[in-house]
Design a protein around this ligand. Structure first.
Ligand SMILES: Cc1cc2nc3c(=O)[nH]c(=O)nc-3n(C[C@H](O)[C@H](O)[C@H](O)COP(=O)(O)O)c2cc1C
Length: 338
């Protein structure tokens, strides 16, 4: 069982709320992502968990499979002006515009604390140019306490770079191979769902030497105030996340898993253990949880409890054995052959 109880938080007001997420007895939750071994398949998704340290009073970061920090550019960025977030049925629309403190401040101010908290840190990096990705990868490879690099080539909220690479097969190949050349860290391109054939982008990533792929980033979307006839977001368009996108994301994970041999990390609308298991059965070796953090920051122990309960009920000793076990045999075929 996971334990939910008083932990080692520094803030007395939060002490009773602190949740420690521990290994479930009798089940092996560890997963392998390239050379990286994660204690369990649950990773906090980039942009939905700050730099991790902000959540340290609520969640024992060392007990998560990993923490993907907010996307980092070389320099600090202000992002877009408000309105930057709009609630939608079963989801949210955001156009933050990758606001952030930049890589140098991150390495100085946040990384030492993440090291102290023994978090498995995945750095989400963003660039306006290929050289910027390369420079970021160099800097972070020299920093102590980075477990992997997630290449954000899929953010729909910036004008240059990013998604421009992620929407072009040669662009994806080039950025992944350029980063691979300069870093010993596992490289995980994060794919956009805003393409016709996402599996071909997983293939281009694999051919370029990626250690895994993660998907999906948000779906390009918009919302309009009908009274003023103005877009609800200052950026006019934004990215849709949350339960609304889950079935499309599950389908994309399934397609990528069939297309490549490298591990696939799945995300999009996960809000319960059942959702996480759906991605794992579709082919995700690990999953990321984003928007659900805004609804319930204590979601992690519930997810682990639910996954453990499922594994015991289905006699699954190792979570890794569940990955991609979807049975697509048609009922009709079974009936004919029996
Ligand atoms: C407010 C917000 C900020 C985000 N920022 C980033 C980011 O910096 N880098 C990135 O790769 N993805 C970012 N994402 C995308 C999420 O990491 C995730 O891919 C997406 O939201 C789908 O997962 P979810 O439905 O569980 O949120 C952001 C999403 C939201 C909602």
């Amino acid at each position: 069982m996971t334990t939910a109880g008083p932990g080692t938080t520094s803030d007395p007001a939060l002490r009773g709320l602190f949740f420690e997420v521990t290994t479930l007895s009798g089940t092996d939750l560890s997963v392998q992502i390239g050379a990286l071994r994660l204690a369990n398949p649950l990773i906090a998704a980039s942009g939905c968990f700050g730099y991790g340290v902000e959540y340290a009073d609520a969640v024992d970061l060392s007990s998560l499979g990993g923490v993907a920090v907010k996307g980092l550019f070389l320099k600090e960025r202000e992002g877009h002006p408000p309105e930057r977030i709009v609630e939608t049925p079963a989801g949210m629309l955001n156009a933050i515009g990758l606001q952030g403190i930049g890589v140098h401040r991150f390495v100085r101010e946040k990384l030492p604390e993440l090291r102290r908290l023994r978090a498995t840190v995945i750095i989400n990096i963003c660039g306006s140019t290929l050289d910027e990705y390369v420079e970021l990868a160099r800097i972070l490879s020299d920093a102590e306490g980075v477990a992997a690099l997630e290449l954000n080539i899929s953010c729909p909220n910036i004008k240059e770079g990013g998604i421009t690479f992620g929407c072009s097969l040669p662009g994806t190949f080039d950025v992944v191979s350029a980063v691979k050349k300069v870093t010993p860290l596992p490289v995980i391109p994060k794919l956009t769902p805003n393409v016709t054939d996402v599996a071909s982008f997983a293939r281009a990533s694999e051919e370029a030497g990626a250690d895994a792929v993660s998907l999906v980033n948000t779906f390009l979307a918009m919302a309009i105030d009908i009274e003023t006839r103005r877009p609800k977001l200052s950026n006019i368009v934004g990215g849709l996340s949350g339960p609304a996108i889950r079935p499309i994301a599950v389908r994309m994970v399934y397609e990528c898993r069939r297309a490549v041999k490298i591990p696939v990390i799945g995300m999009g609308g996960i809000a319960s253990a059942r959702d996480a298991l759906e991605f794992i059965i579709a082919g995700a070796s690990a999953v990321q949880v984003g928007t659900a953090n805004f609804v319930d920051p204590f979601i992690w122990s519930k997810l682990l409890d639910g996954i453990g309960e499922y594994m015991r009920r289905h006699n699954v000793a190792r979570i890794a054995d569940l990955v991609g076990t979807i049975d697509t045999t048609s009922r009709e075929k079974q009936w004919i052959s029996s």
